[in-house]
Design a protein around this ligand. Sequence first.
Ligand SMILES: Cc1cc2nc3c(=O)[nH]c(=O)nc-3n(C[C@H](O)[C@H](O)[C@H](O)COP(=O)(O)O)c2cc1C
Ligand SMILES: [Mn+2]
Length: 447
Amino acid sequence: MYRDLRDFLRRLEDLGQLLRVAEEVDPRYEVAAGIRKTSDVSGPALLFEKIKGFPDWKIAGGMFATRRLVALALEVEEKDLLQRYLTLEDKRLPPVVVKDSPAKEVIWKGGEVDLYRLPLVTHAEKDAGPYITIGIQVGKDPRNGVRNVSIHRMLLLGKNRLSLWAPPDHHLGRMIAIAEEKNQGLEVATAIGVDPAVIVGSQAKVPMGVDEFEVAGGLRGEGVPLVRCETIDVEVPAGCEIIIEGVTLPGERVQDGPFGEYTGCYSTKQAPVVEVRAITMRRDPIYQTGLTGFPVTENHTLVEYPNIALVYREVKKIVPEVRGICVTPGGTFRHHVVVSIKKRHNEEARNVILCLLASGVGIKQVIVVDEDIDVEDPLQVEWAVNTRMQPDQDVIVIPRLACSTLDPSVPKPRTTAGWGIDATMPLGDRERFEMVRIPGVDKVRYL
Ligand SMILES: Cc1cc2nc3c(=O)[nH]c(=O)nc-3n(C[C@H](O)[C@H](O)[C@H](O)COP(=O)(O)O)c2cc1C
Ligand SMILES: [Mn+2]
């Protein structure tokens, strides 16, 4: 279990999974360029120690650039990620409120608040400006006070103003809408630089009404210590680096974008606005940024297992013998799912396709293969599609489904068509489809 971000950084450094960058970097593009490169070469995580214009700050980036880093964040073996994640996601340990927090060493309130003194990072070429990309947003449902924990991009708008792109198909966005129905703002805290289990836990696909801090507690094996904010009735991880306390302005919207999103394309939205009431932080704070953009970035690796877990739970309801699940990199770890099953009824794959397309999380393409196909190997999957599938019989297309997506090809916001390919062999007639194998390949020693 990691106490905080610093604890995680120490562990990564011990394992050779952290690189300290001593040369000066500009928060405009140069930090993101480093994270882009480390994401493309499979790590390590980066700690930038000299930031142009911000001599007192360090920036951590690419903390989840690879699956290996996500596994280290959860302290599990990479090969056990699915099984361990499934068990831990169900565990649920409530957070504990504590009195003290190093993130209260410096307190700016009211007129002292100045977001320009934080080294916010500009990532992609055409981004509208500096964005907070991996802050943990905490808000409470105005109806019952239940907490929600998630991550939403925030564009720097002024000394005490940020956008908050939380659409109503996400829980925080829904809470903002519920508050606005009474012409009220929603108190939202943003904690930056938190223990990595909290970041992974924030991505769990749990229903509204479940406090993701409880999921994070299960993931880390102990309840997350929380501390109260100074000016709003919200709690955040006590071990964090920086806390931004704010309230949304009811009914107010601002252009948020362009921003280089997880789809690999730019997105421009109308987003709610947060007025910042206080900023508190450590005396020697580490700012954390996360890269989003063309896959693979940490915005992809962080959703991989939460999404696989959701798919696994759904498919299990129909086909008990699920063998493998891959949310593909080209599908941005969200829109294309490959599932292998041991089917016992000829049409089972069709039910799998329909149930995943109906799940509402943005799955657009489903390929179902037999248990002998390695879902992580695109060659084998394409081979199955081309030798076990006839398009006129085995493709299902469903028009107009509600979904959560930034896919630029959709005809209307949050609406997509979906399609599925049943690339499984028919039962009882499998000889024709058998994969040719040569005996003894594993015994060849001269290669
Ligand atoms: C690095 C990163 C950035 C994200 N940015 C956004 C964002 O700007 N807007 C958004 O709605 N979701 C964003 N997400 C996804 C949500 O945080 C995620 O779907 C979360 O589970 C939503 O929580 P909820 O289920 O409580 O609504 C981001 C995820 C990651 C990992
Ligand atoms: Mn939620």
